[in-house]
Write a new protein. Sequence first.
Length: 507
Amino acid sequence: MSETTPRVDPVTVDPVTVDPVTVDPVTVDTVIVGSGFAGLGAAVKLDEAGRKDFVVLEKGGTLGGTWRDNVYPGCACDVESHLYSFSFFQNPEWTRTFARQPEIRAYLESVADRYRLRDRIRFGVKVAGAEWDGTAWDVRTDDGTSYRARYVLFGTGALHDPFVPEIEGLDRFAGKAFHSAQWDHSHDLAGKRVAVIGTGASAIQFVPAIAPEVESLTLFQRTAPWVLPKPDHAIPERTRTAYRRLPLLQTLNRIALYWRHEALVAGFLHPQIMKLVQKLGLKYLDKVLAGDDELKRKVTPTFTMGCKRVLMSNDYYPALRRDNVSVETGDITRITGRGVVTADGVEHEVDTIIFGTGFKVADGMAQMGVTGRDGVKLVDAWKDGPEALLGTTVAGFPNLFMIVGPNTGLGHSSMVFMVESQINYVLDAMRTVDASRAVAIDTRQDSQDAYNADLQRRLGKTVWSTGGCASWYLDENGRNRTLWPGYTFSFRRRTKAIDPAHHELIA
Ligand code: NAP
């Protein structure tokens, strides 16, 4: 049922420093890593299931994951908030159809309050590694504390490690340079000459937000994205009141949104359908850039819509039409002390460079140093790319679970739906271990291999593989390790309960 979520300010807790020599391991049933949607959702559901002996380890001083880290101007979600929120904690107070970052972050804070999670979170504790010793996980942290846990649940997400390309001369740039996920709000952009590198989901949000205040903005575009209008609007007070009084209304809205998004899947699975939708994108470009053929030519995508994330914005193209904004499509060759040099030899003099260049797609969990059965390191198990069963468990790593693991990403709907599906699966795995009085549950390698072979076969036919673009969805071998190739209800069905045939119980 719906609950009212009061607006709250994020609470900051100073990291606790612990003397590494004197601290014994803390014994808990479950360690949850991360306090974004995945970690908080898992904490709520573990608690509700009576599995109260858990701790949440959070490297930051506050909770919220990606919605804490990304504070760039204009940051918002491109999935409607009435869908991009927990089903068990719907929020009648959303003020916009597509809430902005501060409101989403406040929502996550209110989840922590409503479910009394704050004292279960250890802030400022970064996990440095985890090792399976045959009966439990030894989870090490970089402050020297360690946790001995039967289960470990990583809710660390895939996109948190900012990617800044290695461009020759960047270290010699005399002005200010930063990444969109590490926005420096102390740096006043008013009157500055700004270079923005990248035209992804983040850049198309912050470019319109900063364009009016800067002296000039040069947008370095390597690939023109598909951008569609965003049906974003303020939610009137009377609608919020109705949702507050009649929670069923809000649930019906959520259901309608869910099915509207699911209808989009066909386009991703069948590129010929997507080519029809693409015509709408071209129409929108014609309309919004009427009379500016040169700009239209520059920003018209050359790949099939959907191959990269389809972006939504009402103010991106209008921002590009501003007198103080220009789009540069030449390759960047180097950076000098004064600016950015393109392949035609032109030096674009700027005061500030902002990288909207995305993230190093995580195999961060592997890099973190996770060692499973027989001393096998996750980094070695994943040397050909991250693979899991239903994006949640990995063969050889008993009682270890990932939320938003490999091939759980979506191009069409709310990740929170996937997160809730995976949490359900994890709880069923834990129940299975308890019921059989086993020590642990592991995934069969042959089941994992067959599952991934099937995934790759299906993914090979989708627009992500055939759409004629290079995207972070694909690894260097062209394999898609990030997205779920289908409807989210089929993922929900498959994660309803674990299939004993795909798992082994360790006595
Ligand atoms: P992104 O989508 O990966 O875009 C990165 C941009 O940087 C692309 O335009 C890329 O060009 C460009 N780039 C990368 N390296 C470059 C180089 N060496 N030279 C020039 N350009 C370069 O990153 P993002 O915009 O931060 O978004 C990342 C993901 O975060 C999204 O896909 C989405 O999943 C998520 N996100 C979601 C929302 C939301 O509303 N839900 C908002 C923001 C982000 P190419 O296209 O040529 O590679």
